[in-house]
Design a protein around this ligand. Structure first.
Ligand code: ZN
Length: 300
């Protein structure tokens, strides 16, 4: 029996021990089995751990993807908003350019919008100055317009003619007030159809004319007038189809659309500049500014 079995003999101080190979193989096999089992169990745990980790990572990835989508959406919205703002900006620039044109300023696109707006802005003083010197508002109580400015068929002469003023509805005896400071150039009767009329000379080449007045001289040529002062009473004298006030505004003897001047007030000064483009407003504003500077220097 021993013959075909490999024997290992270990000898030490306690004597000799014999190990048969089959015994060793059994032990080694047991160790291997235990070892393999251990590896399997720990691998199982490790795989489980990796699984959990993977789930966490894919969850994170999902979250990041979601966030990226959200950011993309925000980005699209912002781009849209930028486009809108760009359009609005362009519209504002157009508006500024049109005001600059009305004022005779050159459009300076290289300047910031802010500076361009500041250049356009009239100071309070300039506004007050303009509104005291240039006819503005109604010279009589506003009861409406009965005849427009411009070409029309003359109601009495039966032919096309240019109506250089505007006809304002007014009962006989309606008080007429100066729409700006000035000096009376003429007050009396004219046989050009105007009947009793007043011509008020304003600063900077403006004139206002009041025709078909009552025969009642309130002011005299050469008399200085301030805005709001009584200058006459409306009537029906001269070539007139009925009681009304014929009102004209002239600039160096050129008849202007009086409606713009009737509508003129402080809050719509810029609109007014845009409407009445036959006057170089920028040079007028410059002149007014220079006047104010001279006054300021005097006061110093
Ligand atoms: Zn008229």
């Amino acid at each position: 029996m021993i013959k075909n079995k490999f024997t290992i003999t270990i000898t030490d101080i306690n004597g000799s021990r014999h190990f048969y190979l089959s015994q060793i193989i059994k032990k080694i096999a047991l160790y291997i089995v235990v070892f393999v089992l251990l590896i399997l169990v720990s691998s199982g745990f490790y795989i489980r751990y990796l699984d959990v980790k993977l789930a966490q990572i894919s969850e994170k990835r999902e979250g990041l993807l979601q966030k990226s989508k959200e950011l993309e959406l925000v980005n699209t919205q912002m781009q849209k908003s930028i486009e809108e703002k760009t359009q609005q900006y362009a519209a504002i620039e157009d508006k500024i350019a049109s005001f600059e044109m009305a004022l005779g300023l050159e459009s300076e696109n290289n300047l910031s919008i802010h500076t361009r707006l500041e250049n356009l802005e009239l100071t309070n003083e300039q506004q007050v100055q303009i509104l005291s010197q240039i006819p503005n508002g109604w010279p009589i109580a506003n009861k409406g317009v009965t005849g427009k400015f411009g070409w029309r068929d003359h109601p009495l002469l039966n032919r096309r003619e240019f109506h250089p003023g505007i006809d304002l509805r007014a009962e006989i005896g309606t008080p007429v007030y100066a729409p700006a400071d000035g000096v009376i150039e003429f007050s009396g009767y004219s046989d050009n159809g105007y009947g009793y009329n007043v011509i008020l000379l304003h600063n900077f080449g403006f004139k206002s004319v009041y025709a078909h007045l009552m025969r009642k001289e309130v002011v005299k040529a050469g008399q200085f007038i301030t805005k709001g002062e009584l200058i006459g009473y409306s009537g029906n004298t001269g070539l007139s189809t009925g009681p009304h006030l014929h009102y004209e505004v002239r600039f160096i003897n050129k008849a202007l659309e009086p409606l713009y001047f009737l509508d003129l007030q402080r809050k719509n000064i810029n609109k007014f500049f845009n409407q009445e483009r036959r006057i170089p407003w920028q040079s007028l504003i410059k002149a007014i500014s220079t006047q104010r500077q001279v006054q300021a220097q005097k006061q110093q």
